[in-house]
Design a protein around this ligand. Structure first.
Ligand code: SAH
Length: 224
């Protein structure tokens, strides 16, 4: 069973996502185990302090190294082989091939979610990789961790059901987008489903889908 652990000050945020739809189903079927580790439990002193002001001055607070270190050690005790990932704007940019690679891997992943102005740099001593979801700054690493876990788990065999639906979708080859899709009814508010899709002619349908994919991909790459 694949294990994903998320070290966070806001487990309720992550658990909401974990208990919904495909992620919930994947856990119920024993394909993945998704858990949170409350960073506060590893805080220092009677107030379980986890953050402090940066040396050298500057705005905001940083997550202290010791609570993070202890939380990582605890998570490792639950899954000794797991890799440790720090969510960070500095990290390697997340993309579909990485999701695919980690869906095929059997190693567990421990995500560290930064908050406030980030984390004490020394935590990198126990971090294997840093991953980013894009060139913008969020208030915490929870949304990135959930985004990455969601994109990995849906590619693990058995989760989506129809394995093919994951094989021919957007970005499978790095850039190509999926073609437009329609379901019932055939007409809605005067908008009709393209007639080729109702023709039952498999070769023509495949050709139409290929052309549409090319058109959307060209449009997308010219916007980038
Ligand atoms: N001061 C930092 C930003 C801190 S944001 C800087 O300027 O780089 C607080 C935390 O949110 C980070 O430690 C990280 O864990 C998470 N985070 C914010 N944006 C992110 C992104 N694009 N990708 C991954 N994690 C991100």
């Amino acid at each position: 069973m694949r294990k994903f652990q998320v070290i966070t000050l806001f487990p309720e945020m992550v658990e909401g996502v974990f208990s919904t739809s495909m992620l919930w189903k994947a856990q119920k079927e024993g394909i993945v185990q998704l858990t949170t580790v409350q960073l506060r439990d590893f805080g220092l002193g009677p107030r379980h302090q986890v953050d402090d002001t940066p040396y050298g001055g500057g705005d905001g607070m940083l997550l202290m190294v010791e609570p993070l270190w202890r939380a990582v050690r605890y998570a490792k005790s639950q899954d000794p082989q797991a890799m440790v990932v720090l969510t960070s704007p500095r990290g390697q940019r997340w993309h579909q091939a990485m999701a695919r690679q980690h869906a095929a891997d059997s190693r567990g992943i421990i995500f560290i979610c930064g908050r406030y102005e980030g984390v004490d740099e020394r935590i990198l001593a126990v971090v294997d990789e840093q991953w980013s979801i894009g060139d913008f700054v969020l208030t915490g690493g929870e949304l990135p961790a959930m985004t990455m876990i969601d994109s990995i788990v849906r590619l693990i065999p058995g989760v989506l059901g129809g394995e093919l639906s994951a094989q021919i979708e957007s970005f499978t080859d790095g850039s190509t987008l999926e073609y437009p899709q329609y379901t019932r009814p055939e007409e809605f508010q005067g908008m009709r489903v393209p007639s080729v899709l109702l023709s039952g002619h498999h070769a023509r349908i495949a050709e139409w889908r290929h052309q549409q994919s090319q058109r959307l991909t060209k449009k997308n790459t010219s916007q980038a």
